[in-house]
Design a protein around this ligand. Structure first.
Ligand code: AP5
Ligand code: MG
Length: 216
């Protein structure tokens, strides 16, 4: 199996672009670790309560927990030729764990797409973000409204929600955590010859064109 990684700060557009790519390419499976964690939290399980104590504070869950969850999720994804990782790896140790997983499964990491963007724009993007409560499709109050106002483009649901970690206080923490723990991965993947950098400040359509240029 081939793997792709979308790497970038909170709000840089990883999820938006991963959804577009997976819709355009049925063989690509979008794996968002943040979404997997949010689903577990919503289930109300005891494990979900532990996860929530990290996620709601903008902290990363432990590398060991993350990889146990990820490997379980990946073991169910057998019908795809490409796995698109959105939100993982997020620490240098997770990058090592991913390398081990790739070796173990005879898979290879083809590219790491880095979404390059400054913190000032990210705060505006995250505070305007909302999503369909039914299918999870992502929208923005200004830049990405549904075609018919109040109705999800994908599943036609009229119920929307906002993420609980998109408050100003938690967003600031998530950005600090990103710079401290995740940004070092940019140099790591440059050294491995895998990183392509895209300008994530452009429109959704332009960023999508850039992603396609590098990946197709
Ligand atoms: P996760 O869900 O991965 O969140 P994140 O990395 O903080 O990133 P976001 O999902 O907030 O942003 P995005 O880049 O996907 O942007 P989006 O496309 O939505 O993780 C959440 C939490 O889970 C973490 O804080 C941590 O606690 C935990 N976690 C997850 N993975 C982990 C791991 N590996 N290890 C440990 N813990 C982990 O876009 C944002 C908004 O901008 C949207 O409204 C969108 O419509 C809009 N937008 C997108 N592109 C554009 C554009 N080009 N122009 C204008 N607006 C745009
Ligand atoms: Mg996301």
């Amino acid at each position: 199996m081939d793997f792709l990684v979308f790497l970038g700060p909170p709000g840089s557009g990883k999820g938006t672009q991963a959804q577009i790519l997976a819709q355009e390419s049925p063989k690509v499976c979008h794996v968002s670790t943040g979404q997997i964690l949010r689903d577990e939290i919503s289930s109300g399980s005891e494990f979900g309560k532990i996860l929530e104590s990290y996620v709601s504070n903008g902290q990363l869950i432990t590398d060991q927990m993350m990889f146990k969850i990820l490997e379980t999720a990946l073991s169910r994804m057998t019908n795809f030729s490409t796995i698109l990782l959105d939100g993982v790896p997020r620490t240098l140790y997770q990058a090592d764990l991913l390398d081990d997983y790739l070796k173990k499964t005879g898979s290879s990491l083809k590219k790491v797409v880095y979404f390059d963007i400054g913190d000032d724009i990210l705060v505006e993007r995250l505070s305007g973000r909302y999503s369909c409560a039914s299918c999870g499709a992502s929208y923005h109050k200004v830049s990405k409204k549904p075609v018919i106002e109040g109705q999800c483009d994908s599943c036609k649901s009229t119920v929307f929600e906002q993420r609980r970690d998109d408050t100003m206080e938690v967003v600031q923490k998530r950005l600090a955590v990103y710079h401290e723990q995740t940004q070092p991965l940019v140099d790591y993947y440059i050294e491995h010859g895998l990183l392509v950098k895209i300008d994530a400040t452009e429109s959704v359509e332009s960023v999508s064109d850039a992603v396609n240029f590098y990946l197709k």
